[in-house]
Design a protein around this ligand. Structure first.
Ligand SMILES: NC(=O)C1=CN([C@@H]2O[C@H](COP(=O)(O)OP(=O)(O)OC[C@H]3O[C@@H](n4cnc5c(N)ncnc54)[C@H](OP(=O)(O)O)[C@@H]3O)[C@@H](O)[C@H]2O)C=CC1
Ligand SMILES: O=C(O)[C@H](O)COP(=O)(O)O
Length: 496
């Protein structure tokens, strides 16, 4: 049960505490934020509603702790991260249980998220030791007009305090994808977990606490993003913001100060199917890519653009597979589970109603029970329908029939998003040419979009983000370059 066993100290009555200065604390606000279970639609957990004064204190604590941490040898930082990763994996069951209750993640996927997170933290430790242990050495005489009289030594140093804000759909994994790189690079961390998923995140933070990180290095404040979000992101104590979520990220980037930003935002990942595609492979990738975790992945396939000549065959294959998906409770490990909130379900329903009014073909009957929306494929979607452009973040997928590859590329590039895209064809030359034309951060050939493996670069173009994630890129992003120039009195070759 959440908040029991080794996690007992993170709970105060029925409210989970926040974490700072190496200890679990109750907010002086006396207020809590309820977390609604998407399946039962009743309050499952409560977390502290932290105050602005508490945020100020946390920032100061993080700043002080970072100064000492930056002086901690790299191998020691790595050792602690490996320890935290091991504890995280050991504690996968209670953390996964929180994910099931808070965000209705299917039971097996919830365990996978925690194990993947442990692996990610370990990889950060190893990669950090490799890339931060090396710097650059430059000599001056390669630039016109210079003799060889200056030696420049560059190394990577930490930024300071990293503010990490992950979204609800991977509250553990997308938190550690920021925490691991931040810590190995010598930064301290303030985590603001999503409200749905906060309790899983607090359990994860406790694993870092148990690993024995120095006091104040990792901090976790809770509260609604709409209430403490602006105060956090505009706080002068923040040296970098790493955010994953929706349009909120665009607003943050306009308000934040002159600090590095890492933004991973929404997507409308297109799947282009050519006439020569392996349709069985395409259909299973569409079902997995479009419907796993009920479509609540930024990398989910969110629009299928299929050549008219193979559209009927593809739609039929997808429908056969959709009929086999199980629909129900996350505890039963169903494929399709309730979406995260009632307002998300209402938003998805709005897109479906619009498509109905504009006469899309419904391949299944639209069915909703509370937050549970049954999987739905909409065929013959046209560009005047909202679902052609907007991100449902739910188990509904539009199919647009195209008559040329150019039409598919045009639709993909007309989107304000540019996260990932995929192409199904047996012609690798065509795949590469189309992939080059798609304005997305990543193009997958003959597979659905995906962020992992977690060391691959992961980035969105346009409204899908700023910067690039993936373990190596995040470590680099959370550092700055420092140079030391040794100025010699004469060129180095002047003797002998
Ligand atoms: N590109 C990517 O890697 C990913 C993108 N996404 C995108 O995220 C969206 C869904 O996730 P969701 O969690 O609903 O996204 P949101 O943008 O609503 O929330 C993301 C995080 O921001 C916090 N937040 C809310 N308001 C503010 C604010 N004013 N200042 C600072 N933080 C704030 C939220 O806290 P709280 O929960 O308390 O409101 C949450 O922790 C989708 O659009 C999806 O595509 C999701 C995953 C990955
Ligand atoms: O949050 C998301 O949706 C992810 O970053 C996608 O991750 P995945 O491709 O590994 O599911």
């Amino acid at each position: 049960m959440a908040g029991s066993g080794v996690f007992a100290e993170i709970l105060d009555g029925d409210v989970f505490k926040y974490y700072t200065d190496g200890a679990w604390k109750t907010s002086s606000s006396g207020k809590s934020v309820p977390i609604i279970n998407p399946t039962t639609r009743s309050t499952q957990y409560k977390v502290q509603a932290c105050t602005q004064e508490e945020v100020n204190k946390v920032m100061e604590t993080a700043k002080n702790a970072q100064k000492l941490w930056a002086k901690t040898p790299l191998w020691k930082r790595a050792e602690l991260l490996h320890k935290a990763a091991a504890i995280l994996k050991e504690q996968k069951a209670p953390i996964a249980e929180c994910l099931v209750k808070e965000i209705a993640k299917p039971a097996k996927d919830a365990v996978t998220e925690v194990v993947r997170s442990g692996d990610l933290v370990s990889y950060c430790a190893e990669e950090g030791v490799r890339i931060l242990g090396e710097g650059k050495f430059l000599v001056s005489d390669s630039f016109p007009g210079n003799e060889r009289s200056k030696y420049c030594l560059t190394s990577k140093i930490p930024l300071g305090v990293i503010l990490a804000i992950p979204p609800f759909n991977y509250p553990v994994n997308l938190a550690v994808s920021k925490i691991g790189p931040a810590l190995i690079a010598g930064n301290s961390l303030v985590l603001k977990p999503p409200t749905q998923g906060a309790v899983a995140a607090l359990h994860m933070v406790h694993c870092f606490h148990l690993a024995g990180f120095p006091k104040g290095l990792i901090n976790c404040v809770t509260g609604r993003g709409s209430e403490i979000g602006d105060f956090l992101t505009m706080h002068p104590g923040v040296d970098c913001i790493s955010f994953t979520g929706g349009d909120t990220g665009i607003a943050i980037s306009k308000k934040a100060g002159m600090v590095p930003l890492q933004m991973e935002l929404g997507g409308k990942d297109a799947c282009i199917i050519l006439e020569d595609a392996d349709l069985d492979l395409a259909a299973s990738s569409i079902v997995k890519g479009g419907f796993s975790y009920s479509g609540q992945r930024c990398t989910a396939i969110k629009v299928v653009l299929v050549m008219e000549s193979v559209a009927d065959a593809l739609v039929e294959k997808v429908n056969v597979k959709l009929a086999k998906l199980t629909v129900g409770a996350p505890e039963d490990d169903c494929d399709i589970t309730p979406v995260v909130t009632e307002s998300s379900a209402n938003f998805i329903e709005g897109l479906i109603t619009d498509a109905k009014q504009k006469e899309a073909t419904f391949c299944q009957e639209y069915k909703r029970e509370g937050n549970l929306i049954y999987p739905l494929l909409l065929d013959n979607v046209r560009p005047d329908m909202r679902i052609a452009w907007e991100e449902p973040f739910g188990p509904v997928l539009p199919v647009i029939r195209i008559n040329s590859v150019e039409e598919g590329i045009h639709h993909c590039n007309a989107s304000n998003f540019g996260l990932q895209g995929c192409i199904f064809t047996r012609d690798i030359n065509k795949a590469i040419l189309i992939g080059d034309a798609m304005e997305t951060g990543t193009v997958q050939i003959n597979s659905a979009p995906a962020r992992g493996p977690d060391h691959f670069p992961f980035q969105g173009f346009k409204d899908s983000g700023i910067g690039s994630q993936g373990i190596t890129n995040s470590i680099n992003m959370m550092t700055k370059t420092k140079s030391m120039v040794i100025n010699l009195p004469t060129p180095t070759y002047s003797m002998g």
